[in-house]
Design a protein around this ligand. Structure first.
Ligand code: ZN
Length: 246
């Protein structure tokens, strides 16, 4: 089975459609680590696409915040403004779909799907030390996660945890073989709001027969996504950051 793995779409329709064009023909199923909405200006189209095309989705913290499941006082002011705007924009059906998403971990084909870490969907796993703790909670040797908006992840090689870098700015893909006996936490990187200094949309492909992960980056129409954010009256910072990938 060939999987397209998406995370942190954040209502960015231009980024999502660029990813789908780029990955076309290379996957059989789509699975997602959450944060469909929040920050971007197209929550309804993104949720409708996910509703019809994703086999498995776990919820993210913004999915809770944008559907009234979260106390917004813990969000920073910009994220809170975007959550309130999204709550107002989402159709009743789309809001219900997002509100009812399962909390991870969820499992498919031996793959563990989580938003933050296996024991806390809101935890940011950024360092190798944080990943070492997370590996202790994983039930599967292969997990996909998001939340940090940083493409890459971690390998536990039975001795220590190593960090996987994102695709280099000069390249479009980077492949990683999955070896038995090792543990993998794979972050496909954010589709809709990358924060690793590369503004290109991020995603990953996984071929369960070849046991290979392909990390991918693709350019998308950033100016249109930015214009929609500004036209919607969302905080300008949310438009500006898309250009620099921070
Ligand atoms: Zn996110």
């Amino acid at each position: 089975m060939r999987y397209l793995i998406l995370t942190d779409l954040h209502a960015n329709w231009e980024a999502l459609t660029a990813v789908l064009d780029n990955a076309d023909g290379h996957y059989d199923r789509v699975i997602c680590c959450g944060d469909l909405v929040g920050y971007g200006a197209d929550p309804n189209p993104v949720v409708e696409w996910v509703t019809h095309h994703c086999t498995l989705v776990v919820r993210g913290n913004h999915d809770r915040a944008c559907t009234g499941l979260e106390d917004l006082e813990w969000f920073n002011p910009i994220a809170r403004m975007a959550a309130v705007w999204t709550l107002d924009q989402l159709s009743a059906g789309n809001a219900a779909f997002v509100r009812d998403l399962p909390r991870g971990p969820s499992f498919i084909d031996g793959i563990e799907m989580i938003h933050g870490s296996p024991h806390d969907e809101d935890e940011y796993v950024v360092s190798a030390d944080e990943a070492a703790e997370a590996f202790a909670y994983l039930e599967s040797p292969l997990a996909f996660f998001g939340h940090t908006h940083l493409q890459g992840g971690f390998i536990w090689n039975r001795e220590r945890v190593e960090t996987i870098p994102p695709v280099s700015p000069h390249c479009r893909t980077e492949s990683l073989g999955i070896e038995s006996g090792f543990g993998y936490m794979i972050n496909p990187g954010s589709v809709g709001q990358p924060r690793d200094g590369d503004p290109r949309a991020s995603y990953a492909l996984y071929d369960s027969e070849k046991r290979k992960v392909l990390y991918c980056r693709v350019e998308y129409d950033v100016p249109t996504a930015q214009r929609k954010i500004r036209d919607a009256g969302l905080p300008l910072f949310l438009a500006d950051r898309l250009a620099i990938g921070r």
